[in-house]
Design a protein around this ligand. Structure first.
Ligand code: ADP
Ligand code: MG
Length: 693
């Protein structure tokens, strides 16, 4: 069966379930097989009924003696059953599942898994999961498709949901872990039947890796935790190896196939520019400028990532690069993911460069003026036609642009020259990881903040202190300062539900402050004119509190703002919280970040507490990595460029190993002629990565 068969066409899944599975990003047979468990519950002990330890997780297997529903005084249903094995009998109880008596009947052989509780002196199995092993009506009943389940043990029969390490899956409403488990059990043998391994034999041997087929079986239905580790190692190796090989090959291709205009650097003119700036460049900024200038002098187009924490001063570096392009008679495009950021860039570039007769234009859905430098949104991709040769393309927060979209930006007019490319990101990924994730780019890191930056006092605020917090904000405002309030998180995108919740919150907030405090609401569904107006009002202190949805990019520089208050803070990744926090503390005033959460989970609170402790983006990213694992770093996952299911970005050893292996393959066979399966995997992966997100 084709791995890309849509799940809707698989028997036993169909349309309704495929809708549900979509939410788990399971669209094809292959996605289903790569929907991995996040946990395995150990129900492998099959206990004798007369010999069970209360509180332990275990399975029992026996005959159903009787089963009946009882209605409690409160009107609720309780299902009571008695199960017997050779050693004795035990009571089983389920709550509010009266339909069970239609499924489980006296005389059936059944397998149950759960925890035993003691009530009075009698042990009782409470709400166990169950599966029928043999039914008197259907004597040959077996669980479908689980022929590889271990039967060598003392188990009575082949079981899937009990009597083993039971895989627990990310589930969604309508598609429970049990249901998913059954479907994977059914389709795994079909998927793996003709599966060929794409990893080169030599690597498999050197690293002693599990075969792909076996790894997939073991990750879903391991006999023991040792098998889980073997499977994880192989699958993690795959993810890291493939990503890195893709990046290395892409880098080679970029070098070989493209030519740029080599630029000359007029040092004295650039020095003049830096002298006019109201500050001295940090050493990190100077280093980045040198690296960029060196790249731009070459015939191979620059493809460099400028990575730096919020507020580390990436824009001025970008402005200097664009000045170099200008001095060489070419135009620059600056692409940003949102209109708000675009306006901000236009203003900043103009401030820095207009004294040198450089014009800065803007290109968005609503406004179109061309300049020597043109700052724009996605509109640059669709409606913009350059006047002159584009010598430099700058992309801010690149992960929001798909590779395909970026490629379109580099397309030159003559068909011969590629612009130099500078990509900027504030996502604080440690250097080694950046090399993995962005292996196709050269890297400059601004690992130093401009001097005089203050710490932003950060507090996780319990709900009973909410009014105190509002009082504090009001006090700051009467002292002339301003605040941001990020409204509660509803959905990870700017849906109507998000906007509605924000509007309600806005109305509520207004009542919390005295009349003289002016609030403005910013959300992504506003027309760009309105957005701009609200932002300008905030900049000009006509608005004291800017209320914004979690989704809207508050990429604005307002040094007078001193408070960042965030609702549902637990829903954000630390990197994202840090970015939001970076909106304050930009001026000379003491600044604060207030984190609100309804979560009572210790782990969530603990994570938020690390915001109180840590001020540096890289450190927060590391902390987040340790606490949540890479796939869960919201900022990363949402941006779609890290989608590792198994590999841990904190596993430096494996990252290094896979990088070496990838480099070896790339060196010996850069076209992957000897490895057609690998070549196919890589081209699939590149296609996934270049989907706009
Ligand atoms: P980001 O890296 O987040 O894009 P910006 O480029 O917006 O940061 O810079 C943040 C603020 O820091 C701006 O107001 C900018 O003028 C200022 N800035 C940049 N570099 C320096 C520096 N070397 N010294 C002092 N302030 C600086
Ligand atoms: Mg910026």
């Amino acid at each position: 069966m084709d791995p890309k068969t849509p799940v809707s066409q698989l028997s036993g899944i169909g349309k309704w379930y495929s809708q549900k599975l979509k939410r788990l990003e399971v669209k094809t047979l292959e996605d289903l097989i790569y929907h991995f468990p996040f946990r395995w519950d150990d129900f492998s002990t099959i206990a004798n009924i007369n010999n069970i330890t209360p509180g332990e997780k275990l399975s029992i297997q026996g005959i159903v003696w009787k089963i009946q529903n009882i209605r409690t005084r409160m009107g609720k249903f309780v299902t009571l059953a008695t199960i017997a094995d050779q050693s004795g009998t035990i009571e089983v109880i389920w709550f509010n599942q009266p339909f069970l008596t239609k499924i489980i009947k006296a005389g059936m052989q059944i397998s149950l898994a759960g925890k035993v509780e003691v009530e009075g002196s009698k042990p009782k199995l409470v709400s166990p999961s169950y599966e029928i092993i043999k039914s008197p009506d259907v004597p040959s009943y077996t669980t479908p498709g689980v022929s590889y389940v271990d039967t060598s043990g003392k188990g009575v029969s082949q079981t899937l949901h009990t009597g083993r390490l039971v895989p627990i899956y990310p589930e969604t409403e309508g598609a429970t872990s049990k249901w998913i488990r059954a479907k994977i059990a059914k389709y795994l043998p079909i998927y793996t039947k003709n599966l060929k391994d794409h990893l080169p034999k030599k690597i498999m041997e050197e690293e002693q890796l599990e075969k792909l087929e076996s790894a997939l079986k073991k990750i879903h239905f391991p006999k023991n935790y040792g098998e889980v580790s073997q499977a994880k190692l192989r699958l993690a190796f795959d993810e890291l190896f493939l990503t890195q090989l893709m990046a290395i090959l892409a880098k080679e291709k970029w070098k070989q196939n493209r030519k740029a205009l080599p630029m000359t650097i007029d040092k004295s003119k650039i020095l003049t520019l830096t002298k006019v700036l109201p500050f001295n460049l940090t050493d990190a900024q100077k280093r980045a400028c040198r690296e960029i200038a060196k790249d731009m002098q070459r015939e191979i187009p620059m493809n460099r990532l400028l990575e730096g924490d919020v507020g580390s001063g990436k824009t001025v570096v970008a402005a200097i690069a664009s000045y170099i392009a200008f001095l060489n008679g070419t135009d620059t495009l600056v692409a940003a993911p949102t209109e708000i950021l675009t306006f901000q860039h236009q203003k900043t570039f103009e401030e820095i460069l207009s004294p040198f007769k450089v014009t800065v234009g803007i290109w968005t859905g609503s406004r179109k003026i061309k300049g020597d430098i043109t700052c724009g949104t996605h509109a640059l991709l669709t409606t913009f036609k350059p006047q002159k040769q584009v010598g430099l393309v700058i992309v801010d927060e690149q992960h929001r642009f798909g590779t395909a979209q970026r490629a379109k930006l580099f397309m030159d007019q003559s068909g011969k020259l590629t612009p130099h490319l500078l990509t900027m990101t504030a996502t604080p990924i440690p250097r080694t990881l950046a090399l993995t994730l962005y292996g196709d780019l050269d890297l400059s890191v601004l690992d130093q903040m401009p001097t005089g930056r203050q710490k932003i006092a950060t507090f996780v605020v319990p709900n009973n202190k909410r009014n105190d917090a509002y009082g504090f904000i009001e006090k700051e405002i009467s002292a002339g300062r301003q605040a941001f309030i990020i409204t509660p998180f509803v959905e990870p995108s700017e849906t109507m539900a998000t906007v509605k919740a924000a509007t309600e919150e806005f109305t509520k907030l207004k009542k919390n402050f005295s009349k003289k405090v002016k609030l403005g609401l910013l959300h992504g569904r506003l027309k760009s004119k309105e957005k701009e107006k609200i932002i300008n009002n905030f900049k000009n202190v006509k608005v004291d509190i800017l209320v914004a949805t979690p989704v809207v990019e508050v990429g604005i520089d307002v040094p007078n703002a001193t408070i960042m208050m965030i609702e549902s803070a637990d829903r954000f990744g630390l990197a994202q919280l840090h970015q939001l926090r970076g909106r304050v503390g930009r001026g000379k005033y003491k600044s604060y970040c207030l984190l609100f959460t309804d979560s009572l989970q210790e782990s969530s609170i603990g994570r938020l507490k690390s915001m109180e402790r840590l001020q540096i983006g890289f450190e927060l990213a590391e902390a987040d990595l340790e606490m949540r694992g890479p796939g869960e770093i919201f900022g990363l996952k949402q941006s779609g460029f890290v989608d590792f299911k198994i590999a841990s970005l904190s596993d430096h050893q494996l990252i290094e190993k896979t990088q070496k292996a990838a480099q070896k393959v790339a060196n010996s066979d850069p076209t992957l002629k000897k490895y057609p399966l690998l070549a196919e995997k890589i081209s699939q992966l590149s296609a996934d990565y270049s989907q706009p997100n």
